[in-house]
Ligand binder design. Structure first.
Ligand code: G3H
Ligand code: 13P
Ligand code: NA
Ligand code: ZN
Length: 309
């Protein structure tokens, strides 16, 4: 199997395409993402949040990832800890396996964010582990934290170069209008390309990361609600055109968690409505694995990462 650090992937993709970074929580997701990457010959960043690590325990989660990498030995992937703090990162560095970690001190004032991020880069770089940091605050639900729109804050382009220089981080997650979760943009809202362009101007060639990168298929939401769900409709996710423009402005990594969750909900709601006599997890599980594979193949095409492994 081919596990890499993201710098190799970002060197190749900068300005041309983006590396998909997919959050996995379950066996079906791990399996579906590896199958998609294998079929598309796409490099992929497999990422786990602290909540995902706690769900089954990190040994089980990472054991599944390692086993999938053995089963699909051609897949080129990095293993990334998403939205970590010092405790999560220490555990990840200690246990090994991760080639990349994110220190999310974005909710702290910038001096504290710099201080905390710099300490992490020192420890991680000693082990040749890549570090993503974040500047600015996204709204939405992130792990077990809910951030309302009023508390969110765009990345200040004038802080970006100083932050990177002071922290020695290897990539920077930016807040340019996206949010975590299923409800991102309403009305004529969208990614603030003016802010992203100003950040890129201050950090030419430096890999930027888009959190809240799910596209949120409106048809999937409608199907969920027809099968008894109650998800709000009317807002949208990140469009294919926005992804393309963002790549041109230095976005190298697009984080996706919610699209796989929405898909899980649609598959299982429809399955049990249509086949109410069923009670075997592997029957809808198989449907979901195949649907995750298809979603990934489609996404890798749109990010331009297909065929780049
Ligand atoms: O920001 C990361 C993910 O969207 C959050 O996933 O909160 O369910 O762990 P999780
Ligand atoms: P979504 O909620 O758009 O999938 O964002 C995922 C993310 O940023 C994970 O870090
Ligand atoms: Na991340
Ligand atoms: Zn995120």
């Amino acid at each position: 199997h081919v596990i890499v650090t993201p710098d190799i992937l970002f060197d190749d993709c900068y300005g041309k395409y983006a590396i998909p970074a997919i959050n996995v929580f379950t066996l079906e997701q791990v399996s579906g993402v590896f199958r998609g990457a294998n079929r598309s010959a796409s490099p992929v960043i497999i990422q786990t949040t602290p909540v995902a690590r706690d769900y089954a325990g990190p040994e089980v989660l990472l054991g599944m990832v390692a086993a999938a990498a053995e089963a699909y030995p051609d897949v080129v992937y990095a293993l990334h800890l998403d939205h970590g703090n010092e405790t999560h990162i220490a555990a990840a560095l200690q246990a090994g396996g991760y080639t990349s970690v994110m220190i999310d001190a974005s909710h702290d004032p910038i001096t504290e964010n710099i201080h905390r991020t710099r300490a992490v880069t020192e420890a991680a770089h000693e082990k040749n582990v890549f570090v993503e940091a974040e500047l600015g605050i996204l709204s939405g639900v992130e792990d077990d934290l809910m951030v309302d729109v009023a508390s969110s804050r765009y990345t200040r382009p004038e802080d970006a170069a100083y932050f990177v220089e002071q922290t020695q981080c290897d990539s920077l997650a930016v807040a340019v209008g996206t949010s975590h979760g299923a409800y991102k943009f309403s009305g004529d809202q969208g990614i603030r390309f003016d802010i992203l362009a100003a950040i890129q101007q201050r950090l030419p060639g430096f890999p930027l990361v888009l959190h809240g990168g799910s596209s949120i298929n409106a048809d999937e939401l409608a199907r969920i609600n027809r099968a008894g769900g109650r998800l709000a409709q009317g807002s949208r996710g990140v469009s294919d055109d926005e992804i393309k423009r963002a790549i041109g402005l230095g976005i190298c990594k697009v984080n996706v968690a919610t699209d796989l969750r929405v898909l899980w909900t649609r598959v299982h709601r429809e399955f049990f409505v249509q086949q109410p006599e069923q009670f075997d997890p592997i029957v809808p599980g198989k449907v979901y694995i195949e649907a995750v594979e298809r979603l990934c193949v489609d996404k890798f095409e749109k990010l331009g990462s297909a065929g780049r492994a």
